[in-house]
Design a protein around this ligand. Structure first.
Ligand SMILES: [Zn+2]
Length: 392
């Protein structure tokens, strides 16, 4: 499986395509369209869409019997915090609402790119900038379109279904860093797709999946709807893929993927966490990974856990979380090696010969065996040395 680290050109090619897709909460249509095409090209994959627009991708494998203990379903989200069209105020001025966490203090005067879900992903955005912030129960912004664009074109292009992203580079590689306006979670989504691509190419006999949700950034909208509609299988094991604030969690970009033990809200299934840790160690000394509580944000794993799903998480340490740069709005950054390692970890879990559940029980048994060995060695000495004290 070290193979994945040698496939970085292919991974980067996919990352460039995925991270260039425009997206915002409730406006994930261009990402979803890409995913539909991606699945259509891989014969082992199937795709089902629920009534909320969440996508479930399954690599079927060739197991004839349903496996006890379930299969791995990785999860990632298709949106990124942004601004969504509300109404036209005058010729060049529009009202957009805030959707998700954005750098509020740097928003006024910041440049934005306005996209339309009805146009292809390769569309040229209409450029503008934020002229005012309107505080209230729902934060909104006035956006003015740059001069020089014909009013008729503006009126025709900016309408319900339009959304704005910061005017930042969509994808760029600088040495081992990947820089982009929406790493969270399009880089995570890239890892999810590459993990399925790997399973498909190596014709893994194991069934495994990827759940892609909508409107995560406004409070887990898509995942909450899927859980309420009871479309998810409780026998399966869920592993959430996120980009998560590196600085607040003392995680290192380039230190390897994070086995995420929890988030700002809760901690995740200890058996799954121990299993991911165990697999990371099994991959050998060359495989770097970090075990961290990424509490700079909350993720869908907390929601899944609270609803009784067996859930673990992995994360890519993220710089400039939610475009909060040191000096204003900036592109986010992740590390290529962390992403490749994350894919490797997921593929290793999904292809483990005796199934995902076996990994978790083996990891727990390993931990217990280690403790028991120590206890046997020390119990006799503790008993003996206790008698030595003259002050009893
Ligand atoms: Zn996210």
């Amino acid at each position: 499986l070290i193979v994945i680290r040698k496939e970085e050109d292919q991974f980067l090619e996919l990352a460039q395509k995925v991270m260039s897709l425009p997206t915002a909460p409730f406006c994930e249509h261009l990402v979803a369209a890409f995913v539909h095409n991606f699945v259509a090209e891989l014969p082992t994959l199937s795709l089902s869409e629920d009534s909320f627009g969440n996508l479930l991708l399954i690599h079927e494998g060739d197991e004839t019997q349903p496996r006890q203990g379930g299969h791995l379903i990785a999860t990632a989200h298709m949106d990124h915090p942004g601004l969504v069209f509300e109404e036209r105020l005058s010729g060049q001025d529009f009202l957009f609402s805030k959707k998700g966490g954005i750098p509020l203090h740097h928003a006024v005067n910041a440049a934005v790119c306005i996209f339309d879900i009805r146009q292809p992903a390769s569309q040229s955005p209409i450029r503008g900038h934020i002229t005012a912030r309107l505080d209230g129960p729902d934060v909104a912004f006035n956006v003015r379109v740059d001069s020089g664009i014909a009013e008729a074109e503006v009126a025709e292009s900016i309408r319900p279904g339009s959304f704005a992203m910061w005017d930042l580079v969509a994808f760029e590689q600088q040495n081992r860093r990947i820089i982009g306006r929406a790493c969270d979670d399009l880089a995570g989504l890239t890892c999810g797709l590459y993990y399925l691509l790997t399973l498909s190419r190596c014709k893994s006999p194991k069934r495994a999946g990827l759940l892609l949700t909508r409107a995560e950034e406004i409070g887990f909208g898509g995942m909450a709807a899927a859980i309420a509609a009871q479309t998810l299988d409780k026998d399966d094991v869920y592993v959430n893929i996120e980009c998560s604030n590196a600085e607040s969690a003392a995680a290192l970009l380039g230190g390897g993927p994070v086995v995420r033990v929890g988030d700002r809200l809760s901690t995740f299934d200890p058996q799954i966490t121990a299993g991911l840790n165990f697999l990371g160690a099994e991959l050998g000394e060359d495989f770097r990974f970090q075990r961290k509580l990424m509490d700079g944000g909350a993720c869908e794993a907390s929601l899944l856990m609270q609803n009784g799903f067996r859930t673990g998480a992995v994360a890519l340490p993220l710089d400039n979380y939610h475009n909060n740069g040191k000096e204003g709005v900036q592109a986010e950054q992740i590390h290529l090696d962390d992403a490749l390692g994350l894919v490797e970890l997921l593929v290793t879990l999904a292809t483990s010969p005796d199934g995902v559940n076996e990994v978790f029980t083996t990891a727990s048994a390993n931990l217990r065996a280690g403790f028991e060995q120590g206890q046997q060695q020390h119990a006799a000495r503790l008993r003996e040395t206790r008698q030595l004290s003259q002050y009893q």
